[in-house]
Design a protein. Structure first.
Length: 243
């Protein structure tokens, strides 16, 4: 499969991150989906410090150990927090502008597609935050995702990944769910971002409930542990490869 690396002309999040890094402010980063109304990502939050991170993220950073791979690192806020804690971290992202910013901020960052099999280094912890399951794309890609993890994890290593169960969007007042069981999984979304006149390509993004993640993990030689559960259907999971 070809690399999913972005080009600057179609890298809206990277453009927003660069603007904020250079100017201390940024315009609106818009997120569109065929399933929901337009939304916005506050760019300043992509530069949050450890003290401003939600408890789930602080929990993940505390559990990360050994040589750490920060996947989809964005501005590098998690990598910088890990380094400040005395931990060793490599950050990867498909956004060339984001990687430029991370390098300028002192992060050990690389322009890399998570699914690029030429990237064969091994890590004790693979860290995937800000809905880390998103890059799976859809449930049909689970086998490929877990296969990639097997190639990245050192013996005894683990994955720390967060997501949310979007069932709350479909819940009726009586607790029943208005979900089309014959349709696609309800956590499979399509997104497209725009920043100023920079419009990105549409991409698939997966929110997955813990039970479904755990089931696919078991099918692919992993064990899933629920290590943190938030107040709004969000959670942090640890994936451990079975020996």
């Amino acid at each position: 499969m070809s690399s999913a690396l972005m080009v600057p002309a179609k890298d809206p999040m990277g453009a927003a991150i660069r603007d904020y890094h250079v100017n201390g402010k940024a315009d609106t980063l818009v997120v569109r989906s065929s399933m929901f109304d337009d939304d916005e990502i506050p760019v300043a939050e992509l530069f949050r410090s450890y003290d401003d991170m939600p408890e789930l993220e602080r929990c993940a950073l505390s559990l990360a150990e050994g040589r750490i791979l920060d996947v989809g690192a964005g501005s590098g806020c998690h990598s910088l927090a890990l380094v400040a804690m005395g931990k060793k971290c490599v950050a990867v992202d498909i956004s060339p502008l984001s990687v430029e910013v991370m390098l300028d901020r002192g992060v050990d960052a690389r322009l890399m597609d998570f699914y690029d099999e030429s990237f064969s280094e091994r890590f004790d912890t693979v860290l995937m935050l800000m809905n880390g399951t998103g890059i799976i794309g859809n449930l049909d890609n689970m086998e490929r995702f877990f296969g990639r993890l097997k190639n990245l994890l050192a013996p005894g290593g683990s994955v720390l990944v967060d997501s949310s169960d979007l069932r709350y969007l479909y819940e009726e007042e009586d607790g029943s769910l208005m979900i089309d069981l014959a349709g696609d999984y309800y956590g499979q979304l399509d997104y497209q971002m725009q920043y100023k006149d920079v419009v990105g390509e549409q991409f698939d993004w997966l929110y997955v409930d813990f039970d479904t993640l755990a089931s696919y993990a078991e099918q692919n030689g992993f064990t899933a542990e629920l290590v943190y559960e938030g107040d709004h259907y969000d959670y942090l999971a640890r994936l451990i490869m079975n020996i």
